[in-house]
Structures are given as C-alpha cells and as structure tokens.
Ligand binder design. Structure first.
Ligand code: SAM
Length: 245
C-alpha cells in the first residue's frame, strides 16, 4: 500500500531484523536513510540493492516537500536510521508529522531499539518507564535536566555517548542519590555487558572512566515515597505523643 514506512533496523546483531522489514526494504519505491553509506552496507548484508536517498535534519527542509509529492503520487516511501527505530533519538519525526498532516498513511515496522533492549535486561521495574534520550552535554544543564526528572516515579532510560558516561553517572548520583541503576553496553553485539548497582557505586566504578561502545543508562524509580503534608503532620503528632513529658 502507498504510504510512509518507518522501518526499524538492528542495533548491532544483523539477525535482529524482521521478515516484514526485509519485505518493505525490498519492495519500496524510495528508501530514505539517515546516512546512505551506513544503510548501504546494511542492505548489502541482506543482498538487497536499492537506491538510497539521504534524509536527516540538515536536508529535511529541502527534501520533505519532495517526499510528500511522491506520497501524493502513490509511492511507497520507506525510511531507516543508522540503527534501531527511526525517530527514537534519530531523524524522521518531521517527515512523519507532515505526512500525517497531509493525510497519508504511516506504517511502523517495529523492531530493535536500544531503549527497550536495555530495559529488558536491566533488572529494574518495567511497569512504568520514561525514555529521556540524551542528557545535555554540559554539567549545569545536565543537572537541571536530571532534577526535573527526579520526582518521576518510573524507571528512567538515557542514551549516552561513551566519552560522557562517567560525567553523567557522577551528576546522576548527585541528583538522584543511591538509586538502583544499570549501564547496558554494546547490546546485541559481541561484547554485550550490563553492570547493575546503586548509582553512587556505578559512579565510582573505574570501568566507566573510559568505556568504549554504545551505552544506555537506566535509573530506577527510587524507593522513597513522596512525603505528603498530611503524613508529616500525623507522624509528628504520633512522635510527640510518645515523648516522656
Ligand atoms: N534509533 C536508535 C534506537 O532505536 O535505539 C537510537 C539512536 S541514538 C542516535 C544512538 C544511541 O543509542 C547510542 O548513543 C546509545 O546510547 C544507544 N544505542 C544504540 N545502539 C546501542 C547498542 N547496541 N547498545 C547500547 N546502546 C545503544
């Protein structure tokens, strides 16, 4: 069917692609890629050959109207990012939104995403979670960002570049305190690891001084129930009633 297909690709292990994703990549009329070289290699790994066109935030202004015309003409437009699910800390949102606004069909072709893969093996609560993307690169802005998330009663999921993991963990420990956390590295790849522990212990772990590879940081919801005004009052009254007066 004509429309925009947002196709998830692997985050490491090349076997992590769905049969449907391969069908769509094979059959689409246009294939948009965040980086045509990266996706060209991916297609070659599946013995697919398809002309790729670049779509990222730098060309979005120029390219989006042309893609909308092609959708209008009834073409099947597929989009992939460098890895995982398009639009999850990756390009595609602008195009999807404009395609929806113009009345075109948008199809998700679900598959790998580092956020959910990390949540799966992190060992932290999964009933509520919040994907927070990349923290700001500078410490002051990063602490403010974490402070805004501190009251959220959910497991927090962050993406982080390897060179910033130690700094981010230090700021997280300062803001969130000793909550349970996990650092998942190189998911689905040969050197996949997940290191779990309280944030302050992880922040002091020398293994994160100069880690390599791709990393997701998970921070648990914290155990302290938010203090309610009424609770404090009755706790105080109860404590006073036990004072030896
Ligand atoms: N669209 C992708 C997805 O669905 O996961 C995310 C793209 S974002 C630009 C790249 C970040 O995702 C990395 O910096 C890292 O935090 C995380 N990531 C991607 N692949 C990963 C992997 N195999 N293991 C751990 N983290 C990964």
């Amino acid at each position: 069917a004509p429309g925009l297909y947002l196709v998830a690709t692997p985050i490491g292990n090349l076997r992590d692609i769905t049969l449907r994703a391969l069908d769509v990549l094979n059959a689409c009329d246009v294939l948009l890629a965040e980086d045509t070289r990266v996706s060209g290699k991916l297609l070659a790994a599946y013995q697919l050959s398809k002309r790729l066109e670049r779509y990222d935030e730098h060309v979005a202004d120029r390219v989006t109207p042309k893609i909308l015309e092609r959708l209008e003409a009834g073409e099947r437009v597929a989009m992939v990012s460098d890895a995982g699910t398009p639009m999850v800390s990756d390009p595609g949102f602008r195009l999807a939104r404009e395609a929806i606004a113009a009345g075109h069909q948008v199809f998700p072709i679900p598959g790998a995403s580092a956020a959910l893969a990390a949540l799966t093996l992190g060992g932290l609560p999964t009933d509520r979670f919040l994907f927070a993307g990349f923290p700001p690169p500078k410490s002051a802005a990063r602490r403010t960002f974490f402070e805004e998330l501190a009251p959220v009663r959910a497991t927090l999921i962050f993406y982080e570049g390897a060179s910033r993991v130690a700094d981010s963990l230090a700021d997280m420990a300062a803001v969130f305190g000793p909550r349970d956390a996990a650092v998942a590295r190189e998911l689905t790849k040969l050197y996949e690891t997940c290191i779990r522990g309280p944030l302050d212990v992880l922040a002091a772990d020398p293994r994160f001084d100069s880690p390599k590879g791709e990393i997701v940081i998970l921070v648990g919801p914290g155990s302290e129930a938010p203090v309610q005004a009424g609770d404090a009052e009755s706790a105080l009254r109860e404590a006073m009633s036990r004072l030896p007066l």
